[in-house]
Design a protein around this ligand. Structure first.
Ligand code: C6P
Length: 405
């Protein structure tokens, strides 16, 4: 059991909202940050401050050392090598880089890219752009009524023309944990590259890139207790070596002439310009923080809170829950609707109780269309949430029904 004292590490939990203690149930949008992360970022500016990979003076070397040490921590978290970890601004940028680079190397006119009906727009729009640019085709693996990937539909749509299969590890709406090893094995057999959106998995559960079998994986620091403005594209070393950069400019080159340049090896090749240095250092501190708890323990806590929320919500007749009904098959989030009440009204009333949840389409419009709804409410958890907060949520849901139905 994650101890209550963890909450003391998160300064925002001392804040009140409308006179009520904050109950923060929107960690899938962005997590709160522990003091250790805030301090690591501030300490970088206070103590070092220099740019990376440039200065031959002491501060420059120390900045590079802190930046590269953060990379090594992320690599350890993912079971990867440090040179396979590319820093980006977030999941969105990482997936744009992946789609751009694969488009330049392996996708020809008439080829296919397979996404899923449950993808976040960040794992959909870059592929739409790629197929438009390359005159290729995009199709989407269906989602079943239970909120799982339809694996039969996947096998039907997979073909020798499929060059890329892109999917979320955990859906940010359904919560579904997708069977990545199974999908990756079939995709590889067909000769496709597998791109995994890890935005909702890496911050919440043990993720070992070798066990998953994906070729590229993206996630954001700010959902993993880290700062905004920093994310990661992990890629198999042999694949990264073949890919061209999206951003070109300073610090990603071996030699530059007026009419041509020779780019550096990964990961520097993909990190043109001054990177988000303090943010990377902050992410390193977030990884330390998560690892000190233990990712198994983080997962266990999220699963327990999700099970409690599911049990309470499913017992209420006016509540519709989307996605699998077992906490063991989902990430630490639950999307729902209250019969006859608009999600924005629910979120507004909960806000009056100090409870912050997300309402809307959660950047997954095609999925909401598939579910036949314009929007949903979503509650999501992280290490600082408690069973008592889940109970407060359930009581508040009853009050919303009383007030509005
Ligand atoms: N989802 C949510 O409330 P960025 O914004 O680049 O850090 O992450 C984008 C992203 C990509 N994939 C998935 C599965 C995601 O959940 C997100 C971010 C937030 O659900 C904000 S829309």
């Amino acid at each position: 059991m994650i101890e209550k004292r963890i909450r003391d590490d998160f300064p925002l939990l001392r804040r009140t909202v409308g006179g009520k203690p904050l109950v923060y149930l929107d960690s899938a949008a962005t997590s709160l940050k522990p003091e250790a992360v805030i301090e690591a970022e501030a300490a970088f500016y206070r103590e070092v401050g220099a740019n990376v990979r440039r200065g031959v003076y002491e501060l420059g070397a120390e900045a590079t050392e802190r930046y590269e040490s953060a990379r090594a921590k992320v690599a350890a978290l993912l079971g990867a090598q440090a040179d396979e970890v590319v820093f980006t601004r977030g999941t969105t940028e990482a997936l744009n880089l992946a789609a751009w680079a694969l488009g330049e190397t392996i996708v020809e006119p008439g080829d296919e890219v397979l996404v899923t009906e449950m993808d976040h727009h960040a794992n959909l729009l870059p592929w739409q752009e790629l197929v438009r640019r390359k005159r290729a085709r995009l199709s989407a693996i269906a989602v079943t009524a239970e909120g799982d990937l339809d694996l039969e539909d996947f096998r039907r749509k997979l073909s020798p023309r499929t060059r890329v299969v892109a999917l979320p590890h955990v859906s940010n709406v359904l919560g579904t944990i997708n069977p990545v090893p199974e999908v990756a094995a079939a995709a590889h057999e067909a000769g496709a590259v597998v791109v995994l959106d890890g935005a909702q998995s890496v911050p919440h559960m043990p993720v070992d890139v070798r066990e998953l079998g994906a070729d590229l994986l993206a996630f954001s620091g700010h959902k993993a207790l880290g700062p905004t403005g920093i994310g990661v594209l992990w890629g198999k070393a042999e694949l990264l070596r073949e890919l061209p950069p999206l951003i070109v400019g300073g610090e990603m080159v071996r030699e530059v002439w007026l009419t041509w340049a020779r780019y550096d090896d990964p990961p520097a090749r993909f990190e043109g310009g001054t990177p988000p240095i303090a943010q990377a250092v902050g992410l390193g501190a977030a990884v330390d923080y998560l690892q000190a708890i233990g990712m198994e323990e983080v997962r266990g806590h999220g699963e327990r809170l999700t099970a409690l929320a599911l049990e309470g919500l499913l017992a209420r007749p006016g509540v519709t829950v989307y996605g699998p009904k077992e906490a063991s098959r989902r990430g630490a989030l639950v999307a729902l609707n209250l019969r006859g009440i608009h999600p924005h009204d629910v979120a507004t009333l909960l806000d009056r109780q100090g409870i912050a949840i997300r309402a809307g389409h959660h950047c997954a419009q095609p999925l909401h269309r598939r579910l036949g709804i314009p929007a949903s409410c979503r509650v999501s958890f992280h290490v600082y949430n408690t069973e008592d907060e889940v109970a407060q949520l359930l009581t508040a849901v009853d009050q919303v029904f009383q007030e509005l139905s």
